[in-house]
Design a protein. Structure first.
Length: 74
């Protein structure tokens, strides 16, 4: 793999971002696998504890913080 950072003769550094793309994609794939494994573990733990879980039904997949949007800033 080409070095992502190069130094020109005048000392100016540059970054070859295209060399980082494959590394970043692989990192994202690994992270997604960890997320899947953690979700599966959480489901098993909830099941073992007898906790019934219904995922959020909003578009973002998360619930807003209670009162967050109703608070006024002074």
């Amino acid at each position: 793999m080409e070095a992502p950072v190069a130094t020109a003769e005048d000392g100016i550094k540059s970054v070859a971002y295209s060399t980082l793309i494959p590394v970043l994609i692989e990192a994202i794939k690994e992270q997604q696998q960890q997320i899947r494994e953690l979700k599966e573990t959480l489901m098993l733990m909830r099941s073992a504890a007898g906790i019934r879980y219904e995922p959020p039904n909003n578009d973002l997949g998360r619930q807003p913080i209670a009162g967050h949007l109703d608070q006024k800033c002074d």
